[in-house]
Write a protein that binds this ligand. Structure first.
Ligand code: GUN
Ligand code: ZN
Length: 433
């Protein structure tokens, strides 16, 4: 395929650098050109200034009437759980037993996993997400299926085989040894293969024996740039269970810490009920906490203390956690994040919540030199948002007096209709009909 330069013309918004104050550190251009070539961003320039000095053949210009932003990054999501989203009436531990484990057992079938992986990726793109950190199942073939599908779109995706050698059904159980071996084979096969990156994925402390966690830590040491993803302090019954299973650990995080799993590129889903020592340890070890708003509300887990986590200097991102979460749309998850903070008498600025799904999410994964912004040299993953996507949003936007107000209305009222187009590696992968 011949790849030529493309000139995407429209309004653009991004956060060019890591910041604690996104509302003061965004770049908005009302009429810009995002220049892409070979899957990369070449430049972001003012359209009129650029076109006066650089004549561009009209067929190379793609006009966008909406707002271009970097593709959103879902830092915690379970692809096999897409089909069990919105399962009724349970909190975490019963929800896992009643709904999650029976669903994940289906992914023993590679053909089924492949079909679901492709559907999941298409749904991510339709919801404006271009990168995700994804839990597969305990079956290695579920990871092969996912990365194979992701590579057909040249999408930057992170995924790992779930490690789980106790407190789960027999058909979902590995062993400390098989979990280590299978993960290592997958890591060798997929990490840095195309845009794929591997995540060592112990499900959570209760479903791994100490022996399994030792080997997960060993794998992490062997591959210092691999990701680690797991769950932490989501639910109070879960925390009490961890205390009985690991009585010598100082706290929940202390279990992971003991096995060398708290480090750069470690992503801890939830972290709702953390102790002071856990905050300090996460910060000093450069690990990240992932805020999953729709999941925290849906499974009834609690109100995420966003500002405490931020004030401790811990990188944070907002994620969907589907199927605990009820929407793959990270704009919808931002709306629920806003409400979770309202219940704590705090406000989440719309620039900040958007940052937590773009540049901030990339920073939490230490991927900001590749994704999350429009800086030259980064990868050309971006989406077009449509402020006229729903009739009510369209009306509300007419009343908006600032970009901040427009963005806030978009986030609060968003559904799939506001995602107009999605580009991955410079190519269109979704266009709303
Ligand atoms: N804790 C352990 N496994 C899971 C899971 O699949 N989803 C959520 N939300 N929490 C978990
Ligand atoms: Zn999860």
């Amino acid at each position: 395929m011949i790849m030529t330069k493309k000139f995407h013309r429209g309004a653009t918004l991004h956060f060019p650098k890591n910041t604690l104050c996104p509302e003061q550190n965004y770049q908005y251009l009302e009429d810009a050109i995002l220049i892409t070539e070979h899957g990369k961003i070449i430049d972001l320039v003012d359209a009129e200034l650029f076109l006066t000095t650089h004549p561009v053949p009209p067929e190379q210009i793609v006009n966008h009437s909406g707002l271009l932003i970097p593709g959103m990054i879902d830092t915690h999501v379970h692809y096999p759980q897409m089909e069990m989203i919105a399962s009724y009436g349970r909190q975490l531990l019963e929800w896992l037993n009643d709904y999650t484990f029976p669903t994940e057992a289906k992914y023993v079938e590679q053909h089924y996993a492949a079909q679901q992986a492709d559907e999941f990726l298409q749904q991510l793109f339709a919801h404006g997400t271009t990168t995700a950190s994804v839990f597969a199942t305990v079956h290695p073939q579920s990871v092969d299926a996912f990365f194979t599908a992701a590579n057909t779109y040249q999408a930057r995706m992170i995924c790992g085989k779930v490690l789980m050698d106790r407190h789960c059904p027999d058909n979902l159980r590995d062993t400390a040894d098989s979990g280590y071996r299978e993960s290592k084979i997958l890591l060798e096969k997929w990490h840095h293969q195309g845009r794929a990156l591997y995540a060592i994925t112990p499900r959570f402390a209760p479903t791994s024996t100490p022996e399994q966690l030792v080997l997960a830590g060993q794998l992490a040491q062997e591959y210092p740039d691999a990701f680690i993803q797991t769950h932490l302090s989501e639910n109070t019954d879960e925390i009490n269970w961890v205390k009985t299973l690991f009585p010598d650990a100082p706290d929940y995080l202390g279990v992971y810490e003991r096995y060398g799993l708290v480090r750069d590129r470690a992503l801890f889903g939830h972290g709702i009920h953390l102790e002071p020592r856990e905050y300090k340890t996460l910060a000093s070890n450069h690990a990240s906490v992932i805020f999953c708003p729709t999941s925290n509300l849906f499974i009834g887990s609690g109100l995420f203390p966003y500002f405490s986590v931020k004030e401790h200097g811990i990188p944070v991102a907002i994620a969907s956690d589907v199927g605990g979460g009820t929407s793959l749309n990270l704009l919808v998850n931002q709306a629920e994040a806003y409400k979770i903070l309202q219940l704590q008498h705090q406000n989440l600025n719309p620039f900040e919540s958007l940052y937590l799904c773009t540049q901030g999410a990339a920073a939490a994964m230490q991927l900001e030199h590749q994704i999350g912004n429009f800086n030259p040299g980064t990868e050309a993953d971006f989406i077009e948002l449509d402020f006229g996507g729903t009739p009510i949003l369209k009306q509300r936007i007419k009343q908006a007096k600032s970009l901040e107000e427009k963005l806030f209305a978009l986030i609060m009222l968003a559904d799939e209709r506001v995602i107009h187009q999605t580009y991955v590696h410079g190519q269109q992968v979704y266009c709303r009909q």
